[in-house]
Design a protein around this ligand. Sequence first.
Ligand SMILES: [Zn+2]
Length: 133
Amino acid sequence: MACSNKLSTVDNLKRRGMSMANRCVLCAAAGEDVQHLFFDCSYSLQVWTAVNSRMSLDLPSNLGHLVKWLKERNKGRAKDKVKRRVAFVCALYTIWKEMNKRIFRGQSTSVYTLSSRICYDITTIMYHHMVGF
Ligand SMILES: [Zn+2]
């Protein structure tokens, strides 16, 4: 999803005629594309770093490296590999939801709260994965 560059980012909304400043809604820096939104953005980077640290993960922070790394070195059903893939999807989805919440509802969540939510989701999904439902 994130890798296809087809998310409803501000750039895409502008292409559809919605008038918005070309600034990232998460960190207010200039420029807003998928690479920025999920990895280069200072807000997203803090979320990634917190999740990596709290969940004892070693996920690369660069989108290109991360996708290649997950495909090549994290296939299979081993718990640590599943956990990395789950963490990747949870973090992307939660950051994307945060972006939409800021754009459409004008509400924002702290790095601490968002990363806590992602860690909770990862733990819950891994628990269900381990017990088999
Ligand atoms: Zn940003």
